[in-house]
Design a protein around this ligand. Sequence first.
Ligand code: NDP
Length: 321
Amino acid sequence: MKAIQITATGGPEVLVLRDIEAPVPDDDEVLVDVLVAGVNYIDTYYREGVYHAGLPFVPGLEGTGRVVHDPQGEIAPGTVVAWCDAFGSYAEQVCVPRDRLVAVPEGVDPTVAASMLLQGITAHYLTYGVYDLQEGDSCLITAGAGGVGLLATQMAANKGARVYSVVSTDEKAELALEAGATEVFRYSENLAEIVRRRNGGVGVDVVYDGVGRDTFHESLEAVRPRGTVCLFGAASGPVEPFDPQLLNTHGSIFLTRPSIGAWTSGEGEFRMRAQAVTQAVVDGTLKFRISGEYALADAAQAHRDLQGRRTTGSIVLHVQD
Ligand code: NDP
């Protein structure tokens, strides 16, 4: 089968299309023909070696496609499914853990199905789990027009929260406002001061920060005493080590570094969040923006665009028709 295989970690150029052997599913997996693979920022961490995987490996964690073979005979061949957490999804076939897939409801666009779970579940656990926003709460979301950003903005706004979004361009500002942001700001050294001024002179209840190194200290500044800073990613690089005493000086604030793994590990939790996201897609209360569609062979360009901040919403790789 054709797959993007990484034999040495590094820049986008290490994403090379090769012919490799198709994987064979264990009993707790299902073999799937991949139609569309989702591209996520986490894929770049594996590609660069920031997150470790044994070499050689096929990157990618999510997608949509048709079931080829279920060793337990529970899922009929041809069933259209979507998944996240199936390492090796940038390929014509992948083995998907059976507890990490969902049936795709009829009418859902395959490009949306391919990107809805990883980013959708993340936005869900951030806004309903890590800090369960209530009506009238306020939040700050960095990279507000990105994949997770646009979804978290919609969920937070639907819950009646005030959403302050941070983006880098006018186009991204428009998109964040369309998604329900109350106000949109640019990254700046006095971002926290601006946010507090617009938020009635107080810090926000929660900051959802997926940018990391470049925004972390403004995130600590922007939150109210005893508020929560949720550092969920590192698009600008990992945060430098710091003295925990800082959390005290900012008013006994809470800092968490959550993962989708931990926030879907409870009994039935993956299914609950996946169901909520899928239902919201079907209802039309959660809209996905797919700003980039690439051929599997062009995975390197997809990574360049993602890391070059040229994408908005989600991006995908078309693997098979
Ligand atoms: P995005 O679509 O949000 O792309 C990243 C965005 O980050 C860019 O578009 C850009 O938006 C912003 N950014 C700011 N600074 C930089 C920089 N120096 N280099 C590149 N981008 C920068 O990606 P995803 O939605 O896939 O992921 C967003 C974040 O969420 C990532 O950090 C990812 O690791 C994290 N994540 C965490 C999960 C978890 O469970 N912990 C699960 C899923 C994602 P702008 O130009 O507006 O600044």
